[in-house]
Design a binder for this molecule. Sequence first.
Ligand code: HEM
Ligand code: HEM
Length: 170
Amino acid sequence: MQSYTKYFKSLHWLMAILMLGMLIVGWYMNDIATAPFKYELYGYHKATGMLILVLVLIRSVWRVSQPVKGHEGTVWQNRLATAAHLGLYAAMLAMPISGWFMSSAGGHAISFFGLFNVPLLDVAKAYGEWAEEVHEVVASILWGLIGLHVAGALYHHFVKKDSTLKRMLP
Ligand code: HEM
Ligand code: HEM
């Protein structure tokens, strides 16, 4: 069975940590009322989100140019896994893009960790609310997809005892 390259595995785990962190920080920062800490978190959230956008674009191009074969489940399990993977890629794109739209529509600057400002998109103010809705709904869907994904990985490892999880480990 074909494995992933060590760079691809590193990118998977780095992005898994970043995405989980972003989901938790996103909800937390939305709930707290204490300025300026709240807005500091917004700044880090936005900068890290833009970094994720760059990473997911690199990862998608890389993945499409190097197909990985050899899922070990039944036909339907493999279809479900592939659908979940596509959903995860779509959500990893939709989250930062909707965030970028949101900030652009509101005219809020996006500083990339104080190094430079990310150019804002030419988006009408009215799209801000729509983007906010997308950001919130996709975040909820993402929790479901991650749950399914992790459950699948654990099922392969502990129940079927195959190498699905091992091929993503170092
Ligand atoms: C890359 C992955 C990202 C994830 C997983 C993520 C996740 C989240 C989550 C879970 C929330 C809370 C949603 C709610 O309960 O209303 C949130 C809020 C927010 N995010 Fe993100 N986000 C990402 C990227 C970005 C980017 C790139 C930006 C902007 C450049 C951004 C800007 C915001 C803002 C402004 C809010 C607050 C929205 C409000 O006030 O209702 N996010 N994010
Ligand atoms: C934290 C627990 C996680 C575990 C145990 C895990 C495990 C795995 C495993 C074993 C694979 C390989 C599946 C196969 O080859 O059939 C995989 C692939 C993948 N994982 Fe995760 N993962 C985790 C978190 C995440 C998170 C949080 C995301 C994104 C939000 C994610 C996105 C993906 C994607 C998109 C693939 C498909 C890679 C490809 O073939 O292009 N994973 N994961």
